[in-house]
Ligand binder design. Structure first.
Ligand code: SF4
Ligand code: SF4
Ligand code: SF4
Length: 289
């Protein structure tokens, strides 16, 4: 068990410093200047979000994180596609890998969706995702509920996200290299993300759940689940006893049974956790860190 969470400004700066460290490392290896912009930008936005949330009352915490999400949209949805003409979505990554091109988009994917989750699980979903950046500001309850039986649709979406690009290449002779020369990958990124928004926003209102799209369609979540199972950072019980009020489970946007774990003195190991911190922020006795 742990004691209270560190709330010093210095600890809030850690994401920004990690961003600078990752940028320098990747620049040293791959020599692309864009890394020096991208990762410090993302890390600093997260630090700003943490600092804002620390100043807010318990029932308003989370606004800082949502501001960080918005701050990261230009970095990931505009800067990388425009600066490097790449499609950062899963379908774009499949196309890149199919021609053996280990581009910047693939590196982003490896950092954000594979190696990053070994440290902070699906934290990308709470602090970096450009789709969630819009969903999280919809005028809907903070934590909705989506029928569990629909969640297996994500596997179909994953199969389509991998299968369709491969079919395009194998059956339709899609020329990925020419796409890059003509800067069309960037356009695929914007078009693909437009489709995501067109699905995600109505789904959110239909189920009254901002995260409905994440739970039943987004294929990326499935990829992140694997490293998330081994993540270093988890929501954990503190030395304070849980009074079993149920608030943490109620406010969890991903429907994780938080109270069951904390009351039993266990870490929250569910791979649906996106590390948003809502359970910790709302716990009335400080039983979660
Ligand atoms: S599940 Fe998908 S859409 Fe939802 S926040 Fe994560 S990456 Fe974004
Ligand atoms: S368990 Fe806590 S940190 Fe994880 S998604 Fe639920 S509310 Fe957020
Ligand atoms: S909010 Fe805190 S006290 Fe209430 S059930 Fe969750 S961990 Fe226990």
């Amino acid at each position: 068990m742990r004691t209270a969470t560190d709330t010093s400004p210095r600890s809030a700066a850690i994401p920004g410093l990690i961003g600078i460290g990752v940028a320098l490392l990747l620049y040293a290896i791959f020599r692309w200047w864009g890394f020096l912009v991208l990762f410090p930008w993302i890390g600093s936005a997260i630090s700003v979000g943490i600092l804002i949330d620390r100043r807010l009352a318990r029932n308003r915490k989370g606004i800082g994180r949502r501001i960080a999400l918005l701050l990261n949209v230009p970095a990931l949805l505009l800067f990388v596609p425009i600066a490097n003409n790449e499609n950062l979505q899963l379908e774009g990554i499949v196309l890149l890998l199919s021609i053996g091109f280990f581009g910047k988009g693939v590196i982003h994917y490896a950092v954000a969706k594979v190696f990053g989750p070994l440290v902070w699980g699906q934290g990308f979903c709470s602090w970096g995702c450009w789709t969630a950046a819009i969903l999280e500001w919809l005028p809907l309850p903070e934590a909705g509920r989506t029928p569990k039986r629909l969640k297996s649709l994500r596997y179909l979406a994953l199969a389509l996200s991998i299968g369709l690009p491969l079919a395009l290449i194998l059956a339709a002779g899609f020329d990925v290299r020419q796409q890059y020369f003509r800067k069309q990958e960037m356009l695929w990124m914007f078009a693909g993300n437009g489709v995501y928004y067109l699905l995600a926003v109505p789904l959110a209102f239909w189920f009254k759940d901002r995260r409905a799209f994440c739970k039943i369609i987004c294929p990326v979540a499935l990829i992140m689940k694997v490293p998330t199972a081994f993540r270093r950072l988890r929501m954990r019980p503190t030395a304070v006893d849980c009074v079993q009020c149920g608030v943490c489970t109620l406010v969890c946007p991903m429907e994780v049974q938080v109270m069951d774990a904390i009351a039993a003195g266990r870490d929250v190991g569910d791979t649906e956790c996106i590390h948003c911190g809502a359970c910790r922020n709302r716990c009335p006795v400080g039983a979660i860190c």
